[in-house]
Ligand binder design. Structure first.
Ligand code: MRU
Length: 343
């Protein structure tokens, strides 16, 4: 990712190697603030309270979190406690469980004194692998974008995306954004319609921040605007990320994704889902079996600029954070293994 003029990753080890450094995404785009996670408890808070977020990034943070838990207590009890603490932070993204399982499997057979160092090394490997997978997603998506652009070479390629499936949500490149960045860098004129993504506004705050940093032309739209734009031929493709894809290909992603898929289907606009295989959950049969996170009603009833908070309704509010797009509405899955009709 390009940040403050430099190529950086969204998560890295602290300089002394004993912790992990993340961006506090609650401050973006107003302030670029790196925070150091020094305990498993801090990692759990950072995930649960969404200092950091996005399925692959949640996984990477949890991996470092389990390493921190083992630095505090490398016993079997310490391993189980750290695993449980981190697993319960957010229920929907499968990368969280995958990363915790991966680190636990790496260290469980080791003597306690060797566990923390091995867990940190595994967390580093998970982060490296995530960056490489996202790069590969970008390369496969780039070929797809070239084909789409060739249909209308006289105008920019218009991509609509929802939430933030960018470098902030991964270790680098993003999933949905990886083809966008690579296409832009390759000279393909790309313009991105950015859904604001109520209630937490990951699109307006985070995706727009990323695209601006990278110099990609973009326009923030209200969540409800996408249908009209598709109807008017102003969207060439919808590309989204995902928190979990089930065995039958159903796609769980940020609330509102399903409505975009319906509108895309009705208007003959291709609907692509970008994901690394760490987001595929073959053990869950269909989207109906995925636990959907219900977040605080205050995310809906209040608006805040980080300093001032205003109440926008006095009525009760419900805040399901994710929805499920049935596999039949997905044109293809853009993965590190290629662009696939079926997962
Ligand atoms: O609640 P969030 O912000 O963690 O939700 C993030 C999303 O829904 C992303 O689209 C998804 O995790 C894919 S990130 C590459």
């Amino acid at each position: 990712m390009i940040l403050e003029g430099e190529h950086r990753r969204s998560i890295r080890r602290t300089e002394d190697g004993k912790g992990a450094c993340i961006l506090d995404q609650r401050k973006l785009p107003w302030e670029v603030k790196w925070v150091e996670l020094r305990t498993a408890g801090q990692a759990a808070v950072a995930i649960r309270d969404m200092w950091t977020r996005g399925a692959p990034m949640i996984g990477a943070t949890a991996a470092y979190g389990l390493a921190l838990a083992l630095a505090e207590d490398p016993s079997d009890e310490g391993l189980a406690k750290g695993y449980g603490l981190l697993l319960e932070t957010r229920p929907t993204a499968i990368n969280l469980r995958w990363a915790l399982d991966t680190v636990r499997a790496e260290v469980a057979g080791l003597p306690p004194e060797a566990r923390a160092a091995a867990a940190f090394a595994k967390a580093d490997a998970i982060a490296d692998e995530d960056a490489a997978m996202c790069r590969s997603i970008g390369e496969h998506g780039l070929a797809l974008f070239r084909t789409l652009h060739a249909k209308h070479p006289d105008r920019p390629l218009n991509i609509l995306t929802h939430c933030n499936a960018g470098w902030l949500a991964t270790v680098d490149y993003g999933t949905a954004t990886a083809p966008i960045y690579l296409a832009h860098d390759a000279g393909i004129p790309v313009h991105v319609w950015v859904d604001e993504t109520r209630p937490r506004n990951q699109g307006a705050l985070l995706t727009a921040f990323e695209l601006k940093n990278h110099g990609v032309p973009h326009t923030v739209i209200a969540d409800n605007a996408g249908g009209l734009l598709m109807m008017k031929g102003q969207v060439d493709a919808v590309v989204v990320g995902t928190d979990r894809v089930t065995a039958n290909g159903d796609v769980c992603n940020k609330i509102g994704t399903y409505l975009k898929a319906l509108a895309a289907h009705d208007n003959g606009v291709p609907f692509y889902v970008a994901l690394p295989y760490t987001t595929f959950d073959p053990n869950t049969a269909t989207g109906a079996d995925i636990p959907i996170e219900e977040r605080s009603a205050e995310e809906l009833t209040q608006l805040s600029d980080g300093q001032n908070t205003v109440q926008v309704t006095q009525s009760p509010a419900a805040n399901p954070a994710f929805d499920v797009t049935p596999a039949r509405l997905v044109t293809a899955y853009i993965t590190e293994r290629g662009v696939l009709d079926r997962i």
